[in-house]
Design a protein around this ligand. Structure first.
Ligand code: CTP
Ligand code: MG
Length: 230
């Protein structure tokens, strides 16, 4: 069965850690804004049918212009986000009417997601109801509490998560509804919510070290190098 495949692109953050006076998704990297690059990655993937962009309300007009000027044809909706990433993600996912659709939720702040990662996430949803993108941790991770080391972890078992995170629409909608009911709105990771409620086995697609989330000012220089070499 050919299921519809949606991409939900989260672009409603304020970019406080970037601290550049406007949301970081509008920063230009080698001549193209971050949001334009993120949408383009999904627009050009033949496995993606429709794109929903989630935007801070006052920037919907600006994103509409970017979509029109870039000639993106798959963007069917640009909807307002919420106060947290979780709320923005819920707003996007709840726009999907078909419970049997596949949905890939992606941070607009990760403009260098590769076609291979998108392809692998879509394929993984043929045999799994949820998929995470992750890379092996390079640094050793510890748990900390009140400024003190609280636990060690085994680096070989640790992974750093990226996006996209993919789901059958029914699964992520149920996870969000549960989390909303339980007041779990601070979650920054959709797979984490699905895991918490035990709603699916979550398989892992290998991410890439260049699939960075542009977060701090010093990330811009590396982003420029990635853009030039793409
Ligand atoms: N995001 C969103 N709605 C929010 C918060 C975040 O759509 N209320 C999106 C961001 O636009 C980004 C992604 O979620 O694409 C990952 O969030 P993050 O990197 O934390 O971005 P910001 O929240 O914008 O940055 P900061 O935390 O530094 O303010
Ligand atoms: Mg944030």
């Amino acid at each position: 069965m050919n299921r519809l495949v949606y991409a939900v692109i989260l672009a409603s953050g304020k970019g406080e850690r970037m601290n550049c006076g406007f949301p970081k998704q509008f920063i230009e990297i080698a001549g193209k804004t971050i949001i334009e690059r993120s949408i383009e990655a999904f627009e050009k993937n033949s496995g993606i049918d429709k794109i929903i962009v989630v935007s801070e309300p006052s920037h919907i007009k600006k994103i509409t212009e970017i979509v029109e000027n870039s000639g993106f044809k798959k963007v069917t909706k640009i909807v307002p986000g919420g106060a947290t990433r979780f709320e923005s993600s819920s707003h996007g996912v709840n726009e999907i009417a078909e419970d049997d659709a596949k949905v890939l939720i992606h941070d607009a702040a990760r403009p260098f997601v590769s076609q291979r990662i998108i392809d692998d996430c879509i394929s993984a949803l043929d045999s799994s109801d949820a998929v995470h993108t992750a890379i092996k941790a390079t640094d050793t991770i510890i748990e900390a509490e009140n400024g003190k080391m609280a636990a060690t972890t085994e680096r070989s078992r640790m992974m750093q998560v990226q996006t996209p995170q993919g789901f059958m629409a029914s699964v992520i909608k149920k996870a969000h509804a549960n989390a909303k009911k339980d007041g779990f709105a601070g979650a920054t990771d959709d797979c984490g919510i699905v895991f918490k409620y035990g709603l699916a086995d979550i398989c892992i697609v290998e991410g890439e070290r260049t699939n960075i989330k542009i977060t701090y000012p010093e990330d811009i220089a590396f982003a420029g190098i990635i853009a030039e070499n793409k």
